[in-house]
Design a binder for this molecule. Structure first.
Ligand code: FE2
Ligand code: FE2
Length: 270
């Protein structure tokens, strides 16, 4: 990476699916070990903790989430968690399904300022449907949730905003994806973290990155894509996304510029 030092690391996991026939505890323990070794500043669990939203499945997921050693955790519900009115158990055991979190870290963007990271998370689920929608009522919550003083903005939802390659027929893309993308772009969001498709992928879009995590702990995989989780490392100039196999620890790394720190592409290349 171009920056002189790592600023902060976000661990992104999703689609644990505790209770599913294809859930594999070995994969989840590997994931916990790998994340703990990286000592992230923030853990994001982007939904689908359970197979069917049952209370015992949530209890099992919660035990695993507690094993992640991280000072900050943002956990949201997925469509599977909301089945069978599972959002009731989610709220009782894990807390609100949407929220805002902020923390400070080191310097930022080559300037001697404190890095201020802000996370806005929303519930994109529709009751008893696999489809997703953010909804107009949330647009103001998103825009006002992000402060103008923040240097790095993270938006979290379960469903995908752009279709993911290698996932077959497109379905469950957020109903109002176009309007949500426009809100995020206007708000100058840096990264969008989501799950749901069980295939990890990074879509650069204008000056933000849409980062999808695979399934961390199941063999509900597609083709040759292994179960995986993401580590997102941010330094003063770049964002590195490490996609790490929960099966064997192998990784693929993609590095992107932090656009909102640079006036232009020419400045980035300098
Ligand atoms: Fe899932
Ligand atoms: Fe899902």
């Amino acid at each position: 990476m171009k920056g002189t030092e790592r600023r902060f690391t976000v661990a992104q996991i999703s689609d644990l699916h505790c209770g599913d026939l294809r859930f594999d505890a070995v994969l989840l323990r590997n994931c916990i070990e790998g994340v703990n070794e990286a000592r992230p500043d923030l853990l994001v669990v982007a939904g689908d903790l359970t197979a069917n939203g049952y209370r015992d499945e949530f209890r099992e997921a919660l035990e695993y989430i507690r094993a992640f050693e991280c000072p900050r955790k943002v956990v949201i519900a997925g469509n599977h968690d909301c089945r069978n009115v599972g959002y009731v158990h989610f709220e009782e055991l894990l807390g609100p399904r949407a929220g805002v979190l902020e923390f400070s870290h080191g310097g930022s963007c080559g300037k001697n300022l404190s890095e201020r990271v802000q996370v806005v998370a929303v519930d994109s689920n529709k009751s008893d449907l696999d489809d997703g929608e953010v909804g107009r009522h949330n647009y103001r919550f998103i825009e006002e949730g992000f402060s103008s003083e923040v240097t790095f903005k993270v938006f979290v939802l379960h469903h995908h905003l752009i279709t993911i390659p290698g996932t077959g027929r497109e379905r469950n893309i957020v109903w109002d994806a176009g309007d949500v993308l426009e809100v995020l772009r206007r708000t100058r969001v840096d990264i969008v973290l989501s799950g749901h498709k069980h295939v990890p992928y990074v879509w650069p879009l204008d000056r933000m990155y849409l980062i999808t995590s695979g399934t961390a702990s199941t063999w509900r995989t597609r083709g040759h894509i292994p179960p995986s989780y993401n580590l997102v490392e941010v330094d003063e100039e770049e964002i590195a996304v490490h996609i790490i196999s929960s099966a064997d620890g192998s990784r693929r790394t993609e590095v992107y510029p932090r656009w909102w720190c640079h006036e232009s592409f020419a400045e980035y290349l300098r």
